[in-house]
Design a protein around this ligand. Structure first.
Ligand code: URP
Ligand code: ZN
Ligand code: ZN
Ligand code: ZN
Length: 499
């Protein structure tokens, strides 16, 4: 059977410490971590001499085969997760995201039906709440209680499609808090975007640069502030997905300073490239970078976001992997507003963060593990099953060569999409071997995995990591009425009106 594996001679890197050790795995679970472990005969050995042995990456944000903007994302649960493991990611959290009016339970079942036969690594689901009703409210509880979902995404953008107004957001947040779920937000002002798109088109601006110009930083920052403000009113923990700008990041940092329970998620695209690409002379190149919120023309933004990961002000990293081929992007060749929004990242996130973070001297190796894996496991309540190399944890492990380099290119990547936003980037940090639930699934450039080998990972309500913050905040937010003497003076009497 596949049941015994020894990862030998490497340096184990966890979020809190690094140490030389072998890792012995039985039946998919880490059984021992230590030096000179004696193992039964027939144990397969992975040589990690001179390499780092780290928890596999957890990508907090993907959209495999998403039906979106008149088409479907080309990387599906097979190619997307296969690409993930080649890049050192062993778990994705994807989004169930259906139209307004569709039952969330039915949507969940549909997405799970797509994923289960195809996934090459473990996965879980956030569920998007795109409409609100008593039925949806009941379904949220069912998803938390019996489907293992503890995070719900809402949209302040995509007017008429996914967008919720503030009154609905208030209700969803209250419900999330009561049932132990984290509220996630796509924070952009959808009303303003709709008007600005029209204004740009009226000015004759139809190219991808219009996409950025109609949703500049403060469109993102305003919505981020509003999302955080409303969540704070009802003490619902808040997770801002795809933080793309300095202005939005600053809102999160300042809210955390005030004690708000809010987490920020930069993505690989925002850490590894920038919005100057929207002005590229090649239309396909420019359109290839179109996503919402947009990448920023301020070229100092990626480093700014990386430093906030280093300081702990932001904690998780995803990719928002949602890929479209040139022929699909071309749906918007005469109108940037019709370019399907989305970029790649699931394969390259680990390398990009290593290169721009660790090799650039901003993150150390332990912080790297924290922001690519451990923090996600804690926030989404799958720690210590995932996110750490320790006895009892799932053996989702990567052997990483920090000195080797690779050049990212659409010509050599494993994703289905015909474009790569990181084209030509030389990255230190190469995945030598990926182990998923104790099985080698990728080694020296070769896959040993089949569609459907991954498993759905159910998640329980609020981790202590989240709930302790909510409880602490509860005290600070408690309304304090004043005990005062009652008013004893005259009370104005309303005049009777003649019928
Ligand atoms: O442009 C993006 N981000 N596409 C995916 C959907 C979303 O909003 O996350
Ligand atoms: Zn979004
Ligand atoms: Zn080109
Ligand atoms: Zn997304």
């Amino acid at each position: 059977s596949h049941s015994r594996l020894l990862v030998k001679g490497g340096k184990v890197v966890n979020a809190d410490q690094s140490f030389e050790a072998d890792v012995y795995i039985e039946n998919g679970i880490i059984s021992q971590v230590g030096k000179n472990l004696s193992t039964p005969g027939g144990t397969k050995v992975v040589d990690a001499t001179g390499k780092l042995v780290m928890p596999g990456g957890i990508d907090t944000h993907t959209h495999m085969q998403l039906p979106f903007m008149g088409t479907f994302a080309v990387d599906d649960f097979y190619t997307g997760t296969k690409a993930a493991i080649s890049g050192g990611t062993t778990m994705i959290i994807d989004f169930v995201l259906d139209q307004k009016g569709v039952s969330l339970l039915e949507a969940y079942d549909k997405w799970k039906g797509w994923a289960d036969p195809k996934v090459c690594c473990d996965y879980s689901f956030h569920v998007a709440v795109t409409w609100w009703s008593p039925q949806v409210s009941e379904e949220l509880l069912e998803l938390v209680t019996n489907r293992g979902v503890n995070s719900f995404k809402m949209f302040m953008a995509y007017k008429d499609v996914f967008m919720l107004g503030d009154a609905d957001l208030y209700e969803v947040y209250k419900r999330c808090r009561d049932i132990g779920a984290l509220a996630m937000m796509h924070a952009e002002n959808g009303d303003v975007i709709a008007h600005e798109q029209k204004r740009m088109l009226d000015l004759g601006i139809t190219g991808p640069e219009g996409h950025e110009m109609c949703r500049p930083e403060d469109v993102e920052a305003e919505a981020t502030n509003r999302a955080v403000m409303i969540a704070n009113r009802v003490n619902c923990p808040m997770y801002i997905v795809h933080v793309m700008s300095k202005a939005s990041a600053d809102v999160i940092v300042e809210a955390r300073r005030r004690g708000n329970v809010v987490f920020g998620e930069p993505i690989a695209a925002g850490l590894g490239t920038d919005g100057t690409n929207y002005w590229h002379k090649c239309w396909r190149h420019a359109a290839g970078h179109v996503m919402g919120p947009p990448l920023r023309p301020d070229t100092t933004t990626p480093k700014y976001l990386m430093k906030l990961l280093a300081s702990g002000d932001m904690e998780c990293t995803g990719t928002d992997n949602c890929t479209f081929n040139g022929s699909q992007k071309a749906l918007g060749k005469d109108n940037f507003a019709k370019i399907p929004n989305g970029v790649n990242g699931v394969e390259d996130r680990m390398s990009v963060i290593w290169e721009k973070g660790v090799a650039s001297g901003i993150l150390d190796e332990n912080k790297f593990v924290a922001v690519t894996s451990t923090n996600a496991a804690k926030v989404f309540n799958i720690y210590p099953q995932k996110g750490v190399i320790a006895p009892g944890s799932d053996a989702d492990i990567i052997v990483w060569d920090p000195n080797a380099t690779r050049t990212i290119s659409a010509k050599t990547h494993h994703q289905a999409v015909d474009f790569n936003i990181f084209e030509g980037m030389v990255c230190h940090g190469v995945t030598v071997c990926t182990i998923s639930r104790g099985k080698v699934v990728y080694e020296d450039g070769r896959f040993t995995v089949s569609a459907g080998d991954g498993k759905y990972v159910p998640r329980k309500p609020f981790s202590n990591y989240v709930y302790d913050r909510v409880l602490k905040r509860r005290e600070a937010l408690k309304p304090v009425p004043v005990e005062r003497e009652p008013y004893t003076g005259a009370v104005y009497k309303r005049k009777e009106e003649k019928p």
